[in-house]
Design a protein. Sequence first.
Length: 134
Amino acid sequence: MTEKNHYTPPSSRHDNPFALKQTPYRWLLLALVWLLYVCFGIILRSASPLITPMLKDLNMSYSQMGFVLGSWQLTYLLVAIAVGGFFGPVIVGYLVDLTGSFMAGAIFLALLGAVIAALTAPLKSIPVSPSKSA
């Protein structure tokens, strides 16, 4: 007598409530996440050419500037992890519970990004006066 100790997968994806739906937009979403990382890298590296003028304007040494830039990195990481790790799942989870779809959370995050971009658009660059060399 043979016993079947095999696992038989569900006949359809609807049998598993935890299965993710295959959407046609998954590659687009992956590309947008990659684009986000590229933009973050560009923004992060854009401060490098400004260090020398900032040192002169603020009368700082290289070690002081290194401390400031290193502190900024740690502060940014800690705040991003704390704020995004707490509020992101809470807000998106509430919207999923309310609507029954993850699309509401995605739309909310897209609208939040658009509002932030619109609020920062009118900002103008600060005019830089030529440095006075002795």
